[in-house]
Design a protein around this ligand. Sequence first.
Ligand code: ZN
Length: 329
Amino acid sequence: MTALSRRTLLAASAATAAAGVLPVLGSAPAGAAAPVSGKQGPGYYRFKIGDYEVTAVNDGTWYRALDDKFVRNAPLPEVQKALTDVFLPTDKLPIPFTALIVNTGSKLIALDTGTGGQLASMAPQSGTFAANLAAAGIDPKTVDTIVISHFHPDHINGIKTKDNALFFPNAEINVPAPEWTFWMDDANMGKAPEAAKPTFMNARRIFADIAKDVKRFEPGKEVAPGIMSVAAAGHTPGHTAFTVNSGNRSMFYIADTTNNPYLFVRNPDWQAIFDMDGGMAAENRKRVLDRAAADKTLLHGYHFPFPSSGYVTRTAKGYDLVPVMWAPM
Ligand SMILES: [Zn+2]
């Protein structure tokens, strides 16, 4: 109490209280307006799964205009109501991107790689993966293995930098064999709808010059120490999920088995515009959510709200997400 005597302060407090204004004790008078930041803090979050340390690394958010085609088999007002129920906007749906880095103690494994900053024209608030990885203290040169869930650009583009260099220069790249077979097939590209052709072209841009070094695995196999692949097709023909297992604990990385949980976990029969085979995607979604609810497994969804993990419980018409609120370290 230097500049103001206690008596002066109390008098001032009484005056401001009388005027209905709460005094802010102990704060210096503001000298100038602070510039707004417009940025979030570092987006990474850690979990301990047995002896493994898992780091969720955020790659920003895509704000996608919500139209009546986003959910193929539900009326737009029902979709809007599902969003207002959880205080989300109804004009633009926030779709965050969050990949995982698993440290087994001897290996660093990336489960998906983010957008590589290459979707900025569509999603200007994406492309934060590299900065968040650095904030988490992880050097991409130390990553041993990349494991890919499917070939959509928000999952594979981070294999490369904007200049076509390998972002993880020392990592072995593992992809689901059925995903490779589908997207690298020229006949499939030839008969695909126009809107899907850029995805085929993008897969070639990422993989063509490194094809001989890309390992292809059959879903169901162990792809890295303690990491099992689980077939979960429908979103794409070879879409694959992964369990991370250490000691008696596990975590289930379900990738894009469900997009926004307040739409598709609560209404597992709803089909997102991104699901190539909507019926198969819904069947696999229900199988995965059913298993997770029964086993009380920690789930990580690539497009869930950061840190993108939680548990699911059964409800009358589907499931509900209980976002992770605390992770033992
Ligand atoms: Zn995705």
